[in-house]
Design a protein around this ligand. Structure first.
Ligand SMILES: [Zn+2]
Ligand SMILES: [Zn+2]
Length: 86
């Protein structure tokens, strides 16, 4: 398994990177799920308000990364969910 993209919470990782002294003790080996909006993994502590989404502002994230496919600003924008049951 490639270590670079091991399923670590992207918010925990960036917190540690941003302030290793303060957040160096954050445990990255926790269960994560993939965010339905930004397609990155997040832990239970950084769960957003709705479903399988992390707590970041996806409207801002989407606006900052217009070139990346598969990023959605709102849960309503995710095609699979909108399609409903087959
Ligand atoms: Zn986290
Ligand atoms: Zn997300």
């Amino acid at each position: 398994m490639p270590d670079m993209f091991h399923t670590h919470c992207h918010i925990c990782v960036s917190m540690r990177k941003g302030n290793p002294k303060k957040h160096g003790s954050i445990n990255l080996d926790v269960d994560t799920v993939t965010c339905a909006l930004c397609a990155r993994d997040f832990c239970n502590a950084h769960k957003g308000r709705s479903g399988n989404t992390c707590e970041i502002n996806h409207i801002t994230y989407r606006a900052r990364h217009p070139g990346i496919e598969g990023i959605y600003a709102r849960i309503e924008d995710v095609p699979e969910l909108e399609a409903g049951s087959p």
